[in-house]
Design a binder for this molecule. Structure first.
Ligand code: ADP
Ligand code: MG
Length: 360
């Protein structure tokens, strides 16, 4: 277990700075997910911590050590890549023990560690096979095992499940979560998959263009996204955005749609004081809306599409030029073309400034 800190990190490729003055503080034993779209700098940041990427400025600390200039092998980290990176000619046992044999560890100790890792990862019966004789999920277990045998303080994962099919991905995701519960090591996990982030993380750092947009618990990220970017990246089906204006006066908060419907937003907790009128986007998750006038805030919409989804259904509404999806238990009694009232609780929704995208 160890604290991991990146302080004021800047990374440049030629003249292009892909990460600029980034800070992140990771607590001992935490499971942190770095989440963001392709190209936002997740792998670059992870590689900085691993020592595989040179930094232009800043410091990296692991535990009590400033490891900014330390070799990857001296940082007390184990890394697991999307591509497994196993030695094809070696058996599983040889792959697992390779690093330890290179460091001249005693044979008995190596055997003990390999047996322990194989037990944890349930690959005992595969030890004499070569990687070509393994499934993708089994190969990734071996790759994790290689980090496990080294007894590291910090595990770094870079999209380890991306090459697996959906079912295996879910299975191995649960295994990784169990592994963290058992080992209590610090884990930093990179993914572009918001479901992986929400299910695995103690805290998620959402990255966009090399910046951390929000660093908080999955619950907080989901319920109170800081920016429209975070709001639209996390959640499936995604959050709806209704363009309009927020007005604040003696009557309290009102959202005015582009079709001039007035929605009472009293109960919404703004980040700071708001006065007058400003252009905003009202963020509503499909499950925060209900059909009928049950909630305190109400808006009329016309049904445009009905999507049955098995357990429930997604109903798409048109409000002028905006569309809104609503999750309902059943599509029974709803018809395309019909105009009906929708309602929600202002306390749970999000409002973003139209220009900056920041939470209001
Ligand atoms: P992610 O892992 O989030 O998909 P990366 O950290 O791999 O993103 O890349 C971040 C940005 O840095 C991207 O714009 C990518 O094109 C750029 N980049 C990454 N590695 C290099 C490199 N070796 N040379 C030049 N640009 C790079
Ligand atoms: Mg990457």
């Amino acid at each position: 277990m160890a604290v991991v800190q990146a302080r004021n990190i800047t990374v440049a490729f030629g003249a292009v700075k892909v990460i600029e003055e980034l800070d992140i503080d990771i607590r001992e034993g935490e499971f942190i997910v770095l989440l963001g779209p392709s190209g936002c700098g997740k792998s670059t940041l992870l590689n900085c911590i691993a020592g595989l990427q040179e930094i232009a400025d800043g410091q990296i600390w692991i535990g009590d050590n400033n490891v900014t200039w330390a070799e990857p092998a001296d940082r007390g980290i184990g890394m697991v890549f999307q591509s497994y990176a196993l030695y094809p000619r070696m058996t599983v046992r040889e792959n697992l023990s390779f690093g330890l044999r290179m460091s001249k560890m005693a044979k008995a100790e190596i055997e003990k560690r390999v047996a322990r890792a194989a037990g944890i990862l349930k690959i005992e019966n595969l030890l004499d096979r070569r990687p070509s004789e393994l499934s993708g999920g089994q190969r990734q277990r071996v790759a994790i095992g290689r980090a496990l045998v080294r007894d590291v303080d910090v595990f770094l994962f870079d999209e380890p499940l991306s090459n697996l099919d959906a079912k295996l991905r879910t299975e191995l995701r649960v295994e990784i979560k169990k592994l963290h519960q058992d080992l209590t090591s610090t884990m930093i996990y990179v993914t572009h998959d918001q479901i992986e982030a929400l299910t695995l993380a103690d805290r998620i750092a959402v990255l966009n263009k090399g910046n951390i947009q929000q660093f908080a618990s999955p619950k907080e990220i989901y319920a109170r996204p800081n920016t429209k970017f975070v709001a639209s990246f996390v959640g499936s089906p995604s959050m709806n955005f209704l363009k309009g204006a927020l007005t604040a006066d003696e009557g309290g908060l009102t959202f005015v749609t582009r079709t001039n419907q007035m929605i009472d937003l009293n109960g919404y907790a703004t980040n700071g004081a708001v006065a007058g009128r400003r252009e905003v986007e009202l963020g509503l998750r499909p499950e925060q809306l209900s059909v009928g006038a049950a909630g305190p805030a109400r808006v009329m919409g016309e049904i445009s599409v009905i999507e049955p989804m098995g357990a429930d259904a997604l109903i798409w509404f048109r409000i002028g030029d905006d569309t809104l999806s609503v999750r309902v238990p059943s599509e029974a009694g709803l018809n395309i073309g019909e105009s009906i009232e929708l309602s929600f609780d202002p306390a749970v929704v999000s409002v973003f400034d139209a220009a900056s995208g920041e939470r209001v």
